[in-house]
Design a protein around this ligand. Structure first.
Ligand code: AVJ
Length: 330
């Protein structure tokens, strides 16, 4: 007699997020201080997420396809190194291809798997959950709508985990911020757990600047969407054509820096904040940093956070790292 086929299931929990700053508060704070800045997390409303998906397909934006290629090449080795009963906990709801490569390999070996994605966007979790349920059987999705660290606290502590954080999102933190974030991930991990981290490497300035200032202007539109979002949600009157997108690689810092530059001396009002802002010609709003790491800097980052680099898988051009970290023995 055939054994019953596990069907899988989709479950979603939403954690309360007290004390979190609103978009309005962040905009007021960022645009009334000098130099002006806006937190990059606000780039990802529905329109921004759509534009980011388009960025991932651009010929100049190598990280997404490079990371997926590395995963495809080494997923067998990766799963070999995880405890057989591991659950997969993903920070971020995961771009379709990358997560699916991983889940497919686990399911091929085991037939069933628990997958716990953590993301602040309920809709992103619902969409990816639905897609995964359609594609795989034997998958138990427990999605958690939360910030990463509170979400991680919610994951059942007794289960052995593979925690994944792909896409080089670590690059949005400055270097000390990256260490302290990783330390907090380390704090909820036990010895048998593993952490899979995607990190973009330092490389030629021209390659990096093209990746963040593409010929079709998709990244420019993605960056300017921040101003469009202020117009939509807060009654701003930014004229998008009077601002330009700038991406610069600061080689010593190992950091791509994104700004919006005011093309003219101008004033902008934001109705619902009761704000009138003055911009000098050439004045910049800082919108995003994307830090890059050398292999040695990855080792130093891991070690400062209490991890050892068990493996650093890379591509032919050595442009990107997919690293398997394990808690350092103490
Ligand atoms: C999502 C932070 C990894 O830094 O490459 C891409 C964001 N910004 N193009 C990156 C981004 C402009 C991306 N991360």
């Amino acid at each position: 007699m055939a054994s019953p086929i596990p069907q899988g299931d989709f479950e979603l929990r939403e954690l309360p997020r007290p004390g979190e700053k609103t978009f309005a508060e962040s905009v007021r704070e960022g645009l009334t201080t000098h130099p002006k800045s806006l937190p990059c997390r606000y780039l990802y409303d529905a329109e921004g997420s759509r534009l980011f998906d388009a960025i991932c397909e651009l010929p100049e934006y190598y990280p997404t396809r490079t990371e997926a290629g590395i995963l495809r090449s080494y997923v067998g080795e990766l799963v070999d190194r995880c405890a057989p009963e591991s659950v997969v906990v993903e920070l971020g709801s995961g771009s379709s291809i990358k997560t699916e490569i991983l889940l497919e390999e686990f399911l091929r070996r085991r037939g069933s798997l628990e997958y716990e994605p953590i993301d602040v966007s309920r809709s992103a979790l619902e969409d990816s959950g639905r897609r995964l349920m359609d594609r795989f059987s034997g998958l138990w999705v427990r999605a958690i709508v939360a910030e990463y660290l509170p979400g991680l606290q919610e994951v059942v502590p007794k289960q052995t985990k593979l925690v994944t954080w792909l896409g080089s999102s670590v690059g949005n933190f400055d270097r000390p911020g990256a260490i302290s974030f990783l330390k907090q991930v380390r704090a909820v991990m036990s010895d048998a757990d593993r952490f899979l981290l995607g990190v973009d490497r330092r490389k030629d300035k021209r390659v990096l600047e093209a990746a963040y200032d593409d010929a079709q202007g998709v990244t420019a539109a993605f960056n300017k969407n921040l101003l469009a979002r202020i117009n939509r949600e807060l009654g701003g009157n930014f004229r998008l054509e009077d601002f330009s997108h700038r991406a610069r690689y600061l080689e010593d810092d190992g950091r791509v820096c994104l700004h919006l530059i005011s093309e003219t001396k101008q004033s902008v009002t934001i109705e619902s904040l009761g704000l009138e802002l003055l911009f000098e010609e050439g004045e910049a709003i800082h919108t995003e940093d994307s830090y890059k790491y050398s292999p040695d800097e990855i080792i130093a980052l891991a070690s400062a956070a209490g991890f050892e680099v068990e493996r650093d898988w890379t591509d032919e051009q050595q442009w990107f790292s997919v690293c398997l970290l394990k808690p350092a023995s103490r």
